[in-house]
Each structure stands twice: as C-alpha cells, then as structure tokens.
Design a protein around this ligand. Structure first.
Ligand SMILES: Nc1ncnc2c1ncn2[C@@H]1O[C@H](COP(=O)(O)OP(=O)(O)OP(=O)(O)O)[C@@H](O)[C@H]1O
Ligand SMILES: Cc1ncc(CO)c(N)n1
Length: 565
C-alpha cells in the first residue's frame, strides 16, 4: 500500500502535519438490528473475531451443511460453533438418507451454548422438520442474537429434499426473526408462492416482495441463472441499505463444484456482518472470496459429483515437501509455540531467509493483483473517492510507519543499519507532508483513521515494542517489498499501454518508476535477511509471523478503499 516509493520520488516536504486530524472511525452499525433488552445484543458490537453459531445439518462429505459453515466461518476470520439439527448420509453425488434427532436435544445444544457464550451471529441452515423449526424459533426469541442469517434450505443441489414439504409453512414463521435471508431462486419462488424466476429482474422483484413480507434483508442469488453472469443482490426497501437494491456483479465460474455454495455464502455473510456491521461491505468481501473458492475447487479433488468449494484458497498451500510457504496471520506472541512456523524457520540459513520471506509473501502479492482497487488503478477505472481515501489513509499510515522505522534505527546493531532506518523514517515523514501538500490538497476526503490503517500501524507499533530488532525489521519489510513489486508491475503495464496521458492516474503511476526506491528495497531486504540468518529458530518463527502479518495488511490496505471509502 504505502507509497514509500514517493519517499524517493516526491520533492522534500513542507512541515505540515496531519496528526491532529486523526480520529478513530466509528464502527458502522446502521444495518444491525439490535434486540432491545437482550444481554447478548447489548454485548454485541463489531468484533474482530466474531463468535458465530451455525444451526444446521451435517454433511459427512464436508462440502455443505455444518462442515461448510465451520470452514467458511474460519475462512472469514470468525470463531465457529455448531448445533446440529440433522444428520445426512450424503456425498458429492447426492443425499442417501436423513436422520433428524429429537428436537429436545437440539434445544439442549442451543441452551448449552447460549448459557455460556456470547453469540455474535447465527447462521441457520437445514432444519429438517417443523418441530426443529419451532425449537429454533423459541430459542431465537429468548436469546435474540444480534445477527441472524437464515438460509432457507429446502432442496440440496442434487435435488434431494432437506426439509419436509409439510414444514414449509413453519419455515415461513421463522423468516421475520432473520436479519438476512438467502434463498436460491427455487426457494425464493416457494417463499413468495410464485413460479421460479428465470430472469434476474423477476428474481429481484420476488426478493422485494419477500423483504416487504418479512422485514428482513433478502440476498437474492444468481447462482441458478442461465448465462455468463452470476450476480447477487441485497434487497431491502426499509432503509437498512444505502439503496433498496444493492447489486454486486460477478462472472459465472465454469465449474460443476458448487456443492455447498449456499451454505458457505450464508455463514460467511454472518461472520463478515458481525465483523463489519454492514451488509453491503460484507457481501463485497464475501463474494470475491466465494468466487476464489469456486475457482480453486478443482485443486481439492473431492468426489466424482458436484464437489466442494475450496474454502481456504486464500490461505497458503504447503509445498510438496510439507514446508509451509505462508498462511493466515497468526499472532506474533504465539509464534514461538507454533510448530509449523518453527519447523519452517528452523532449517533456514543465511541468504535463504530472505527467500523464505519472499515465498511467504507470494499468495498475498497474487491476491493484491486480483484486487478491484489495483485493477482499477491500472485500468484507470478506479473511482476518485476510493483513490482519495487511499491517499488519505496512506498519509496517516506513513506517520505511524515512520515511528516504527525510527525504532528500528534505535535498535539497529550497526551504524550503517541505524543510518538506513533513520533516513527512511525521515523520508516517510517528508512524503506524508508532501501527500498533504500536493495529492491531498485538491481533494476533499475525510482524514480519519480507517480500521485497516489502525490495525496495520498497531501491528507495527507492537513489533516496535517487542524489543527484537529482527522481528521489527521483518514487520516493516513488506511495506518496501510488496509496494515496490506492485509499483514496478503497474508501471510496466502503464508503459506497455503506451503511457497514455489521458489515463486519470498517469501521474501517480509514474511515481512508481523509481530506481532509488528499488535500491532502498534491496537494502531493506538484506537488512532483514541478515539478522534472520543469525536468529534462533524461535526468533525466526516470530520474524516470519510478523512479516506475514504485514503482508496481509498490505493486501487489506489496498482493499480498504472498496470497503471503507
Ligand atoms: N458458477 C458460479 N460462479 C460464480 N458464482 C457462483 C456460481 N454458482 C453459484 N455461485 C454463487 O454462489 C452463491 C450461492 O448461490 P446459489 O444460487 O448456487 O445458492 P444455493 O443453490 O443455495 O447453493 P447450494 O448449491 O449450496 O444449494 C451465490 O453467491 C452465487 O452467486
Ligand atoms: C446438511 C446439508 N445442508 C444444506 C445442504 C444444501 O446444500 C446440504 N446439501 N446438506
């Protein structure tokens, strides 16, 4: 994210500072429906790791139901819980049998959870029969979770029934207790007592009717439409959304592995909503994740029918030798106890360490290139307010980053390293001022500390406070490295397109071509590789973790304008 490149490109700065303008953004909460008088709802706020309960059936083949929900919740950063409504005997080819245990035992499961644990979001899937529905309804009325997503599962992808036909009326009584309902086209038609929609316009019309009848927001899904497009839309005319219909476009991915997409989507939405407090932002986060999971589904090689999606496609696959090459950020403090990180780090020697870091960065770098923001910046289609948000956040970020670099200078073992980090810290502040004086001076954009900027800077400041020079330089490195690589690629693309003057971001793209910054990046890599080669296995593991965190934040920073601008 951070145009430290501009550190070396833009002229030295004026001395104006933005720090007085930095205030923490308020959590978004407009789309949440709090339940008055409920201790659970009162305790619920947007949470970094939301506690998400799936009330659904089991799919032993792992692609749908509870199993898909737990994977999706984890993939979206939540803590997953599961109360099982029904057992199915199914695989990727179809459902062989269904067993619904006594509803009284489901109630015991639900009470055991809610008596002890604050539930930030609930996803409801397969219910089986009317007795189960009644049980879930009375529990919801008692507990009133802050976020309820209802996937009105009736028929599996394979065509097998998962809800007794006689229970459809009971299911309707559950709908008003949901915040979000996620029917597929067949289920939507049943719920509004109309023929199945074959056009997107009809589907949206039916979504509006269901929203009006239930008061809930409807997620109308285009998965079963014909044609190359696969749109989804949030529908609610009651003022809970920024517009009555918020459509998120998507291409249809050519795959037969769609087993469990509906389950995965609904539990991912519940998790994202508990974290973001905004349905539109949640769908904009979940839809690309789901598309990636469909795209990477073939890698799993599970079953001969409609296979499962690859929920953890955005996490890193082990190399053939079993050595992890990356992964979701793990808290730095747990690195010493993380055997995978330790074994990855333990074998490292000398110059290998920088190479290991580079491999660990690869998946996040790939994901950066797929971001709407980066593609829009390259193509010139990025909307101006997203660019302005990015610039404003970058200025705020650079102020914090400069402090981390100054700390690296203070801890540096050699005078050369001390000088390098001190110079970088100073240049960062100069760029911050220059951003205000030039790029930001003509734009009206809020200068408030965004959530990703805050998390990234907090991570760097935590690394600064760790006392380990090696860990700190690993944490500051991705800002050089990933930014330099992305900048070079975008600049090369810009040149390949003939450096069109009419490109709205031509001036910015040109700042990426900076040999001084490329040189500084090479120095920074060497400065992190050197202590890395001498570090103990524990410290190498901690470095790797700190580095991975920052890589992930680089990705999130580029994606933040889409979510928060
Ligand atoms: N081939 C595809 N390409 C891209 N997105 C898809 C594809 N198929 C489904 N989706 C997406 O998956 C999600 C689930 O949609 P779908 O309409 O298939 O639900 P469903 O029928 O309830 O799912 P399930 O197959 O689990 O029963 C939606 O976000 C939809 O846009
Ligand atoms: C358990 C279960 N729930 C939902 C679905 C719908 O995909 C399924 N196939 N199995």
């Amino acid at each position: 994210m951070s145009p430290l490149a501009s550190t070396y490109v833009l002229p030295p700065a004026s001395s104006e500072s933005s720090s007085s303008q930095e205030t923490q953004s308020a959590a978004q909460g407009s789309a949440r429906r709090p339940a008055p008088g409920s201790s659970t709802a009162a305790a619920a706020g947007v949470r970094h790791t939301p506690r998400v309960l799936s009330i659904a059936g089991s799919d032993p083949s792992g692609g749908a139901g509870i199993q898909a929900d737990l994977k999706s919740i984890a993939a979206l950063g939540g803590y997953g819980m599961a109360a099982i409504t029904a057992l199915t005997a199914q695989n990727t080819r179809g459902v062989r049998d269904v067993h619904v245990p006594p509803a009284g035992f489901l109630r015991q499961q639900l009470d055991a959870i809610s008596d002890d644990i604050t539930i930030d979001a609930v996803k409801i899937g397969m219910l089986g029969n009317a007795e189960v529905i009644d049980t879930v309804r009375s529990w919801l009325e008692k507990v009133r979770p802050a976020v309820v997503v209802l996937d009105p599962v009736m028929v599996a992808t394979s065509g097998d029934r998962l809800l007794e036909e006689s229970a459809e009326a009971a299911l309707r009584t559950l709908l008003p207790l949901a915040d979000l309902i996620t029917p597929n086209l067949a289920e939507l038609a049943i719920l509004v007592a109309a023929p199945r929609a074959h056009s997107w316009a009809t589907a949206l019309e039916q979504g509006k009717r269901l929203a009006a009848a239930t008061g809930a927001t409807i997620l109308v899904k285009g998965g079963h439409l014909d044609g190359g497009a696969c749109p989804d839309a949030l529908v609610n005319a009651g003022g809970l959304l920024s517009r009555p219909v918020v459509e998120v476009a998507g291409d249809r991915i050519p795959t037969r592995n769609s087993h469990g997409t509906g389950c995965s989507l609904s539990s991912a939405m519940a998790t994202a909503q508990a974290r973001l407090g905004d349905w539109e932002a949640s769908l904009r986060e979940v839809k690309p994740w789901l598309a990636g999971a469909l795209q990477a589904s073939g890698l799993l090689e599970v079953g001969s029918g409609s296979g499962p999606i690859n929920h953890f496609h955005h996490f890193h696959q082990p190399e053939a030798g079993g050595k992890p090459v990356g992964g979701a950020p793990v808290p730095a403090e747990s690195a010493a106890g993380d055997p995978a990180a330790q074994s990855a780090a333990a074998e490292l020697t000398g110059e290998d360490f920088a190479a290991t870091l580079r491999r660990a960065a690869a998946p996040d770098l790939d994901a950066i290139y797929r971001l709407e923001f980066i593609r829009g910046l390259a193509a010139g289609t990025l909307v101006e307010d997203q660019f302005a948000y990015y610039l404003a956040q970058d200025a705020i970020y650079l102020n914090g980053y400069s402090r981390a670099l100054a700390r690296a200078s203070a801890l540096a073992p050699t005078e050369a390293a001390q000088l390098f980090w001190a110079r970088s810290a100073q240049q960062c502040l100069e760029v911050e001022s220059e951003l205000h004086r030039t790029w930001l001076s003509t734009r009206t954009v809020e200068r408030i500390l965004g959530p990703v900027t805050k998390s990234y800077v907090d991570h760097l400041l935590a690394a600064s406070a760790s006392g380990s020079y090696a860990v700190l330089v690993a944490a500051v490195l991705p800002c050089f490295w990933l930014y330099a690589e992305v900048g070079q690629t975008l600049h090369a693309q810009f040149l390949a397109a003939g450096a069109p003057e009419a490109h709205p971001y031509a001036e910015w793209l040109r700042t990426y071509a900076d040999e001084d910054f490329a040189q500084a990046t090479r120095e920074a890599i060497a400065m992190a590789g050197e202590p890395g080669s001498k570090a103990s296995a524990d410290e190498q593991a901690a470095m790797l973790q700190a580095f991975r965190h920052s890589c992930r934040f680089e990705l999130d920073f580029f994606d933040a304008p889409r979510l928060h601008a």
